[in-house]
Design a protein around this ligand. Structure first.
Ligand code: SF4
Length: 250
């Protein structure tokens, strides 16, 4: 399959400094009034179990290695998880999605600890960066398409700061579609349009201004409790998928 890839513009800043700038822009963003109102309200009222915690309550930037070759793209922060702790996939309860994901990354040898419970837990990722399609916790865990589209500029800023990226692992269909929409702003998408599934793979133009001409998109069922507690998603499935992603990332 051949794709027409238009020339990409130069960028001035990459690496940790660019990630810092992206982070600042995310944390200060107020583009989605519905989400900002919801997150601030959750941070004020809190869940009883966390009543002594100082909730983050702001948009949540991505987290990980500036030399990442794999970008793990989630859906959005959880109201009492990342919206509380300020770190993506962090603090959504023992055995929650953060622990499930980090357990898999730990077994894959790219995370130094197998859990993700607090922003000061010493977690370090090697070769992996974790972000989300929307950076503010949405009511019912469902951002609107307009909110996901509005947040694309933050995804773009992080991706532009990660020139070594080779693979994007989309956790769930919304993340998959968000990545396709992002790529589609810069280059034609393959036809037929790649269909989400666990282990689905699509070779796409890279939307960043630096790095390779192509990135590989890999579909992965979301590690929500609904999936992991019902056996729809198992540790073995995640181990196989991240082994596949590591191979594709070289
Ligand atoms: S979801 Fe994204 S674009 Fe919307 S307010 Fe939050 S950070 Fe800004």
């Amino acid at each position: 399959m051949s794709l027409d890839v238009p020339p990409r513009p130069p960028v001035q800043v990459i690496g940790p400094k660019a990630l810092r700038l992206a982070r600042q822009a995310i944390v200060g963003c107020t583009d989605c009034p519905r989400l900002r109102t919801y997150c601030a309200g959750v941070a004020r009222t809190k869940r009883a179990a966390y009543r002594d915690d100082a909730y983050w309550g702001r948009p949540v930037p991505g987290y990980g290695d500036p030399a990442a070759r794999i970008f793990v793209l989630g859906l959005a922060p959880a109201a009492h998880g990342a919206n509380r702790t300020g770190r993506v996939f962090t603090g959504d309860g023992r055995g929650g999605s953060g622990d499930f994901l980090m357990g898999a990354l730990h077994r894959a040898g790219v995370s130094n600890i197998p859990t993700s419970q607090a922003a000061d837990d010493g977690l370090r990722l090697r070769g992996v960066f974790v972000g989300a399609a929307a950076r503010c916790a949405p009511p019912g865990n469902k951002p609107t398409p307009e909110e996901v589209a509005a947040c694309r500029r933050h995804l773009a800023a992080e991706v532009a700061a990660l020139p070594d990226l080779r693979v994007v692992v989309a956790l769930g269909k919304i993340a998959w579609d968000a990545w396709l929409a992002f790529v589609g702003e810069h280059a034609p998408l393959p036809r037929p349009r790649p269909v989400f599934g666990h282990g689905a793979v699509a070779e796409l133009a890279a939307p960043g201004a630096l790095g390779p001409e192509r990135l590989t998109l890999v579909g992965c069922f979301h590690p929500s409790r609904q999936n992991t507690h019902t056996g729809r998603v198992t540790p073995a499935m995640y181990d196989a998928l991240f082994a596949q992603a590591s191979r594709l990332a070289g």
